[in-house]
Design a protein around this ligand. Structure first.
Ligand SMILES: Nc1ncnc2c1ncn2[C@@H]1O[C@H](COP(=O)(O)OP(=O)(O)OP(=O)(O)O)[C@@H](O)[C@H]1O
Length: 395
């Protein structure tokens, strides 16, 4: 850590020296090298507000979160954001228990600083955790095959896991490592292990390859990707080099990957522009890698999902229950991924009538029986697209 960055973190921690902090919470973070008092203070404050929120929204019905509580919670969220930025600059990643992260990320949508805040309808009570730390710092190094420790660099964070990259000096290869966040419950652990096992089974050029599962710290290694589809298209969308032929090539790789998953009897269930990753090789050469299989499961199995688990994915209004998931529901989400690949847009108009838009309308039709019934059918239409007229409406 550089001196200036360390000083900034220490100065932030000193602002908590004069504050009254519940000793139970101080004890939870006693061994933390960085920001022990700050973490204890913020954790204690969040628990007070979360308990009050659960009380006000009991039974799942919406309630009113008082003005003072709203302001307190907003102040705590600001403190946390400040701590996170500072820690990132100092080379640490801040990890938070999934349920705390869910509420904090969703808060800006309903929390206001005057007159109190209306708790959203259907609010899921927060699992308050007063006896274990909810904040921790991500690992900074990992052992490789000859037991040498190599540096980890943070590259991503989802609701449940932290993702780092590291270079194995034995092979000169960069790998990614996904690690479950601390405080994960049995259900999240099962989801994590299932994700690894399924990806291990699905060996295919357009599905992200996973290597090794380590139960001792709930992490696994996988191939490293350079970017997500979301970022790749956003950066190139208005550039002349990113034309219909390149877009069609990316779209087909994505569909071949999806078709392979379906051919093996699985559905992805969480397709989004963030869950499609890319390896880039200079110029316009890319390899599409489908990732984040945490929600994929064998046909017919029971599973309920939470709002956190579907972040970024277009939810199919025609899907009644998650256990009735079928190919047409992945095809619905794939329609939006295709729209983004071909146009850089996330929403489609009613009257769009270019050849690609006609395909997308058929993916997302409100009546599932009017959609493509299989990825193979969809592939046939995308393969047949004439890239010289792809963006033009028919005469
Ligand atoms: N193999 C990889 N190479 C490069 N970046 C990756 C890789 N895997 C994941 N990431 C990055 O890390 C982020 C979080 O990963 P991922 O979405 O798999 O975690 P998660 O906790 O399961 O997420 P979610 O909340 O979507 O379920 C991704 O959005 C992506 O940017």
């Amino acid at each position: 850590m550089k001196t200036m960055e360390r000083e900034r973190v220490e100065r932030f921690e000193r602002t908590f020296h004069e504050r009254d902090i519940d000793s139970t919470y101080l004890e939870l973070y006693r061994r933390e090298q960085v920001l022990p008092r700050a973490f204890a203070y913020i954790h204690a404050g969040l628990d007070v507000e979360f308990k009050h929120m659960n009380y006000k929204a009991r039974g799942g019905s919406s309630g009113h979160f008082n003005a003072d509580n709203s302001r307190n919670l907003l102040d705590l969220i600001d403190l946390l954001a400040e701590a996170r930025t500072m820690l990132n600059k100092a080379g640490h990643s801040l990890t938070m228990a999934p349920d705390y992260q869910r509420v904090i990320e969703n808060a800006p949508a309903w929390l206001v600083d005057s007159g109190g805040s209306p708790i959203p309808e259907g609010f899921t009570p927060v699992e308050v955790e007063s006896y274990a730390p909810v904040f921790s710092l991500g690992d900074q190094a990992v052992p490789v095959s000859d037991s040498r420790m190599v540096k980890l660099t943070s590259i991503g964070e989802g609701a449940f896991a932290l993702v780092h990259r590291f270079t194995d000096p034995n092979y000169g290869m960069t790998l990614a490592r996904k690690k479950l966040k601390p405080g994960a419950d049995d259900r999240e652990k099962e989801r994590f292990r299932r994700e690894f096992e399924l990806m291990k089974e699905l060996q295919f050029p357009y599905v992200l390859e996973v290597y090794n599962f380590k139960e001792s710290d709930w992490s696994y290694t996988m191939e490293h990707c350079d970017t997500s589809l979301e970022d790749y298209v956003a950066k190139r969308n208005n550039q002349p080099g990113f034309g219909p032929t390149t877009r069609k090539r990316i779209a087909l790789q994505f569909l071949y990957g999806l078709n392979f998953i379906h051919s093996k009897g699985h559905f992805h269930r969480d397709l989004s522009t963030r869950n499609v990753l890319l390896r880039t090789f200079g110029g316009s050469a890319v390899l599409v890698k489908l990732s984040d299989f945490g929600l994929a499961k064998l046909k017919g199995s029971e599973f309920t999902m939470t709002e956190t688990e579907l972040k970024g994915t277009k939810i199919d209004p025609a899907l009644g229950s998650f256990k009735d998931f079928a190919a047409v529901h992945d095809i619905f989400a794939a329609g939006f991924v295709l729209l983004y690949i071909f146009t850089g847009r996330k929403n489609i108009g009613r009257n769009d009538a270019t050849p690609i838009e006609q395909i997308i309308h058929k993916c997302i039709d409100s009546q599932p029986d009017r959609r493509y019934q299989s990825v193979m059918e969809l592939i046939a239409d995308v393969e047949a697209l004439d890239t010289t007229v792809i963006g033009e409406a028919p005469a």
